[in-house]
Design a binder for this molecule. Structure first.
Ligand SMILES: Nc1nc2c(c(=O)[nH]1)N[C@H]1C(S)=C(S)[C@@H](COP(=O)(O)O)O[C@H]1N2
Ligand SMILES: [Mo]
Length: 332
């Protein structure tokens, strides 16, 4: 396929919502984050096609009408950017919760006959150019085949409408529970392989240092795949005035790959913690947590929340991309 025009070309991002603005359970399409390392390819849907190759019995080329022959699936899920690959542990809180529709990658691969020695699925995007002074042939990511659960989709719709160009029109990968970086937009192809992909976005960036118990680097790395437990406070909003002795509701969103089992809230800088009420999840969505609170001392108060995932891992206080979110309010 000929390279599509990029408009704009180069890094392009829009992060429309801050945590206190995440008031809607499903984020409207116009408020969905946009994160493009290389630019926004403008693709003509009528000539779009993607390839499936590598360790398969029957390589394939698929057009949009071929995708439509597979059963249509939907998934409601958290969609989170892991942050800048140049400052990977800076908390950025680029999160939304949306509904994707499309076809299962599993169904497509079943029709191609995957060889038993295949271990990874590489996905390629139509974007190309330069990121952080590194020349990039195309945006490529990988994921382990064991992760191809039922809700890994080639999506053509976001919130029941066609994708916007910035979000991957006409077709993109969606890996619910994995950080957004893995969900390759503007798909041009997928390759079945026995090893990880050697793209700058799989080797040079998006690998976290593994630390030992004392927090020292071990020299090992892990790919930025599964979303770590995290929570964000929606209300109260930062810097609001609250009345002494008057009850208010602290509430927010919490999420992790595999779901959250508890959220604790502190209003005294972590000296004491109280258990919040936790809902959900609905499918792979974020979960709502809430705790009624009656401010009992005047002054500046910081509210913090920490989530624990169902597999028992805890959101850290600081130092990591999923570090605690806190909100300072004034009680008068
Ligand atoms: N082809 C391609 N896919 C991509 C990217 C990209 O730059 N190129 N950015 C990734 C990153 S870092 C994120 S967070 C998500 C963002 O998806 P969105 O812009 O639809 O919200 O897309 C991912 N898929
Ligand atoms: Mo991202």
């Amino acid at each position: 396929m000929q390279r599509p025009k990029l408009d704009p070309a180069g890094f392009h991002a829009k992060i429309p919502l801050l945590p206190h603005q995440l008031t809607q359970d499903v984020t409207p399409r116009e408020d969905v984050i946009v994160l493009c390392h290389l630019g926004v390819p403008r693709i003509d849907a009528t000539s779009w096609e993607m390839s499936i190759d590598g360790l398969v019995a029957k390589p394939a080329r698929l057009r949009l009408q071929d995708l439509q022959r597979f059963p249509q699936r939907h998934v409601q899920t958290i969609h989170q950017c892991a942050g800048s690959p140049l400052a990977p542990q800076d908390p950025k809180r680029r999160i939304v919760n949306v509904r994707w529709s499309g076809v299962r990658v599993r169904d497509i691969l079943a029709a191609c006959g995957v060889h038993p020695e295949a271990r990874y699925l590489w996905s390629h995007g139509a974007d190309y150019g330069e990121f952080a002074s590194v020349a990039v042939e195309c945006y490529t990511k990988d994921l382990p085949l064991t992760r191809l659960s039922e809700d890994v989709l080639i999506a053509t719709e976001l919130n029941d409408e066609p994708l916007r160009a910035e979000n991957g029109f006409p077709a993109r990968l969606v890996v619910p529970g994995f950080y957004g970086t893995n969900s390759v937009k503007w798909l041009t192809g997928m390759t079945l392989a026995g090893r990880r992909a050697d793209s700058p976005f799989t080797t040079r960036w998006y690998n976290d240092a593994v630390l030992d118990r004392e927090g020292r680097a071990t020299g090992q790395t892990v790919p930025v795949w599964a979303i770590a437990p995290e929570s964000a406070i929606v209300a109260p909003a930062p810097d609001v005035f609250l009345s002494l002795g008057q009850e208010c509701l602290i509430w927010g969103r919490a999420w992790a790959d595999g779901g959250i089992s508890r959220v604790r809230v502190s209003v005294d800088d972590g000296t004491t913690w109280r258990e919040a009420k936790l809902q959900g999840p609905v499918e792979r969505s974020w979960q709502r947590f809430s705790l009624p609170w009656t401010p009992d001392r005047p002054g500046r108060i910081s509210i913090g929340a920490l989530a624990t995932s169902r597999d028992g891992s805890e959101q850290p206080l600081s130092g990591f991309r999923n570090a605690m979110h806190s909100v300072a309010v004034t009680v008068a």
